[in-house]
Design a protein around this ligand. Sequence first.
Ligand code: PMP
Length: 402
Amino acid sequence: MSVFVHLGFAPVIEVFDLNRKFDEDNSTCKINLGLGAYRTDDGKPWVLPVVREAEKRVVADENINHEYLPICGLHPFRQAAARLALGDNSPAISENRVLSIQCMGGTGTLRLAAEFLKQKLKFDTVYVSSLTWDNHVGIFQATGYSQIHEYSYWDPITKGLDFQGLTDDLKNATEKSVVIFHTCAHNTTANDPTEEQWKEIFRICKRKQLMPLMDCTYQGLVSGDVDTDAFPLRHLDSEGFEFLIAQSFSKNFGLYNERLGNLCLITKDRTVLDEVRSQFEFIIRKLWSNPCHHGARTVSTILNDPKLCTEWKEEVKVMADRIKSMRKLLYNKLIELNTPGSWDFISSQTGMFIFTGMTKPQVECLCTKYHIYLTKTGRINMCAVTSKNVDYIAKAIHDAVV
Ligand code: PMP
């Protein structure tokens, strides 16, 4: 008998399970509102024109080969990634207090942060928002954290941020814990703190000596401006915090399958950086040893060329603007249909998603009756809404909630 026979199935990964069901569905009106990937108004994946241009340059460059990259990744990419997160006027960058490490997607970046904080600094407690991207919990569980707690975030009544609950929970948090924050475009609730609220949140973090781990997966996709969306990061930097940033380049460059991420560690004391880097190298050697090249070279080509960088920022804005216009359209359709309930949250929520707060039976109805696939929490990927399918989606939502 096989030694593997007792394994059974692992828990399903919801978004990928939805994709499978969607692919197997023969209906012509099927729509996938589950997976968080950008789509054009024709419902197609979008390779950013600036990415195409940069890739052409990379392929044409005969000086580029397939040798191993350094363990911490491609140097010009790492520098540009830190500048993108912290800005041109970053005190930490100008004082040489930033360690920047190329990683494997946002997921690998978070995993590396979790490993480092646990293995080298003996952190064992992490706080995640309630609700959050489920892999936050999964990654910290897999890394062996024994204390994984939630802090309040989502208020189901207002369909907004429970700021009072959030600050109360942080005030009661165990000192010297890791706290994961979504820099912008909170996944799943689509609600971000205001600038004033961020300042208050970080005041509490300082008092409680909490270690902010800033998940930065959607920079630019809220406001259309990468600097505006980076406010919490810039604020932490200006306040002299020690903190970490886990960047993903999957969404804002549309490079989902290149698995490109970057970890920034900001310290108060630049003299520790070489030692800290060597500790990271020690860990990475056992995780993936060296990172991939193509995505990093592509992004580096864009961010280090002023013309391409401007084009990229314009294309990020195209994505953000399309999402905003779909929000407006869906809202208007639901109002036209007199759909019961208040739908104002569609425009007040931010980023790629809306968090509808629909019940499980309502979500089930969308799926079985209308072939519209979304996560059972009722989260809708607004990027998959188009001017052609919005009527159908609005009518289906209307039917599901009446
Ligand atoms: N963090 C959050 C909040 C996310 O939504 C995602 C992607 N869904 C990630 C991290 C992981 O990004 P990547 O696909 O680059 O691993």
